[in-house]
Design a protein around this ligand. Structure first.
Ligand SMILES: [Zn+2]
Length: 214
């Protein structure tokens, strides 16, 4: 089964991927990880991708697709795609490439979380610049206001976690993801919407249940 998992930043995609990998014996294919390992392994595809990256260019879609398809084959067509496809043209090219392998995307799972919840989750995150500890002002505050429990440094808010930036990231997310979701609905892949505001265990159970039905 080939599944695409989408969700806004802060929806806990990484956590869910890990749990699904354990439960379903699927491989987690994160496009970022695959890039890095192809490049580190100096494969043909990795070398080609590196030439673009070194020039400060985006890696062309054909190359991205080739890398993903080879990873999907290595996973015996049993995998969760994370961070890919990112755009509608990528989704269309992925479909064509999968068709050549006589297979297709089986389901698209969306971890749906409303924007305000995402903003609340992310904008209250604080990190320690010295030891990397992560806090949340509501759910996991440091014992002493503004001070890291582990090393005593002043904790900070990362620029990426600021409200305005999160709102921008969300806008980009919706713009990119909605066409992909409607594309797969038309292509008759199962669309599975999961309430991403639940606790992580409940989310995993929901996904597992719906995947069995798909
Ligand atoms: Zn610290």
């Amino acid at each position: 089964m080939i599944v695409i998992l989408v969700g806004p930043p802060g929806a806990g995609k990484g956590t869910q991927c890990k749990k699904l990998v354990e439960q379903f014996d699927m491989k987690h294919l994160s496009s970022g990880d695959i890039f890095r390992s192809e490049i580190a392994g100096k494969t043909d595809l990795g070398q080609k991708a590196k030439q673009h990256i070194d020039k400060g260019e985006l890696v062309p879609d054909e190359l991205v697709i080739d890398m993903m398809i080879s990873a999907v084959k290595n996973a015996d067509y049993n995998c969760i795609l994370d961070g890919f496809p990112r755009t509608l043209p990528q989704a269309e090219q992925l479909d064509k490439a999968l068709e050549k392998e006589n297979t297709k995307i089986d389901a698209v799972i969306e971890l749906a979380v409303n924007d305000e919840t995402v903003v609340q989750r992310i904008s209250k995150r604080r990190v320690c610049p010295d030891c990397g500890a992560v806090y949340h002002l509501e759910t996991m505050p440091p014992m002493q206001d503004g001070i890291c429990d582990k090393c005593g440094s002043k904790i900070i808010q990362r620029d990426d976690d600021k409200r305005e930036v999160v709102l921008e990231r969300l806008e980009t997310y919706h713009k990119m993801t909605e066409p992909i979701i409607s594309h797969y609905k038309d292509a008759s892949a199962a669309y599975i919407e999961i309430d991403g505001s639940q606790r992580p265990e409940a989310i995993t159970n929901d996904i597992a249940q719906r995947l069995k039905e798909a």
